[in-house]
Design a binder for this molecule. Structure first.
Ligand code: GLN
Length: 474
């Protein structure tokens, strides 16, 4: 499949048309969507209309945008005007958003072609896309295995070459982990860099939207388009989008990169081996690798599973059977609320709501939620100290390669551990990227993670590019 950059340049120069690119994308969606369950909604009409507009602009000699004619998939927690948006939940079945998320407006303005909404763990709670109310998504590289989650549909869309680009969201690892399991590049931007206006909220102090792509340049391109201040999101940083593509070939010469013990401990041998090979590749490119220990990272999972459910229990209170989607009628309002939420939410979402409500309840607030906030502060301090010594950190993205369906569904702790290396970045509000590096069991991809301080996206992209080249990509 051509890269997004190549498609945009070919569409602009008339080598191909947006209509032809859309036709090819629709054909690959039709070929495998029944088998893989990637798209919950295929936006044929929207795609054809957007392609027609792009082709008209090109015909008029206008600049059709940085993503001219590039097919893109949207995680189903991104609101798109008039397009079914469920967040993978039965409770939002049939709901049509009355507006576009800012990221959707921005990619459309840049000429991208919306192909539809991708499957996800319900309300982004999960690491395998198995909690979706609409059935799991299969990993295109091995359909007996999960694609990761919660942005599993977005990752599978790109891995199956249905679209060269997709948008995901990352609250504790949901872009980077599926990217790792599907052999893709996934970037979790600095908190506030990308507007969340129109993102269905899970945990508002952690959620960020970001790109999934086949290569580092395409991920950088998409992030350049979606980043930058948005007055509609009060947490949006008051600055323009960073320049990333111009830093793609900056390399890592002279950089100090910390290989973090806690970001590989407990990983499968092949994952550990990939991280060590990545360290060597960065060293060969002129970086100094420093072995580091950041013991605070071990506390990330515990703090996350108090903070994220606490915020979720509050964010999900709005699904009451009155304002959105599903309603189960009953004799009075309270009974209607209860019946709607009982039927509308799946087991994992209910587990999180109960955990979060408990952590916030009078008498337990200080012991649980308050304590988790203190751990979060320690985490932020630990990162700050690490970044006084090194420019970036290196570790695994996730402890294992793509696992089989059902392997972790009966044990929530085992599932939660999928994100043990990705969660610290979310708690700190920093940036990190997962890049494929080599292969493991059954020839499945292994992801390596590079972490940086807030606003370090240009450095992360440059370092990831070094690894991509060392891994044999052009
Ligand atoms: N797997 C983690 C969870 O279930 C992270 C999900 C995410 O980043 N949205 O909460």
């Amino acid at each position: 499949m051509k890269s997004a950059r190549q498609i945009a340049s070919d569409v602009q120069s008339g080598v191909t048309t947006a209509a032809a690119e859309v036709a090819a994308s629709l054909e690959s969606i039709r070929a495998r969507n029944d088998e893989l369950n990637v798209f919950l909604f295929v936006d044929d009409a929207g795609a054809l209309e957007a392609a027609r507009r792009v082709d008209e602009r090109v015909a008029r000699g206008e600049n059709a945008g940085a993503l001219a004619g590039v097919p893109i998939g949207f995680k189903d927690n991104l609101c798109q005007l008039g397009v079914p948006t469920t967040a993978g939940s039965r409770i939002l079945k049939g709901w049509l958003p009355p507006y576009n998320a800012t990221v959707i407006d921005r990619v459309l303005a840049a000429g991208a072609v919306p192909m539809g909404k991708t499957n996800m763990d319900e309300f982004a709670m999960g690491s395998s896309t198995e909690t979706s109310a609409y059935g799991p998504t299969r990993n295109p590289l091995d359909p007996s295995r999960v694609p990761g989650g919660s942005s599993g549909g977005s990752a599978a869309a790109v891995a199956a070459e249905m679209t060269p680009l997709a948008l995901g969201s990352d609250t504790g690892g949901s872009i980077r982990q599926p990217a790792a399991l599907c052999g893709l590049v996934g970037l979790k931007p600095t908190y506030g860099l990308v507007s969340r206006y129109g993102l269905i909220a899970f945990s508002s102090s952690l959620d960020q939207i970001g790109p999934l792509a086949k290569n580092v340049a395409d991920a950088a391109l998409l992030l350049e388009v979606i980043a930058g201040h948005d007055p509609l999101d009060s947490t949006s940083l008051p600055e323009p989008a960073p320049e990333l593509l111009s830093h793609l070939d900056d390399g890592v010469a002279g950089k100090r990169i910390g290989l973090v013990r806690e970001l590989v401990e407990g990983a499968e041998d092949e994952v550990v081996a990939a991280v060590h090979r990545a360290a060597q590749a960065l060293r060969d490119a002129g970086a100094t690798i420093v072995e580091l220990s950041v013991p605070e990272f071990r506390l990330g999972l515990s703090a996350y599973y108090l903070i994220a459910p606490a915020e979720a229990s509050s964010n999900l209170a709005r699904y009451d059977g009155v304002r959105y989607g599903l309603r189960v009628d009953a004799e009075d309002v309270a009974a209607m609320n209860e019946a709607t939420r009982t039927l509308g939410f799946g087991a994992e979402v209910k587990r999180r709501i109960m955990l979060g409500t408990y952590a916030l309840s009078a008498g337990y607030y200080d012991a649980y939620y308050g304590q988790a906030l203190k751990v979060r502060t320690q985490m932020i301090d630990a990162f700050r100290r690490a970044y006084q010594e090194v420019d970036l950190l290196l570790g695994a993205t996730t402890p294992t390669v793509a696992f089989k369906f059902g392997a972790k569904t009966s044990n929530p702790m085992a599932m939660y551990l999928s994100d043990v290396y990705t969660i610290p970045t979310n708690l700190a509000g920093d940036a990190a990227i997962s890049v494929p590096f080599g292969r493991g069991e059954s020839d499945l991809p292994v992801g390596v993670q590079l972490l940086g301080p807030g606003r370090s996206e240009a450095q992360l992209v440059a370092a990831a590019r070094v690894l991509e080249l060392a891994d044999g990509h052009s």
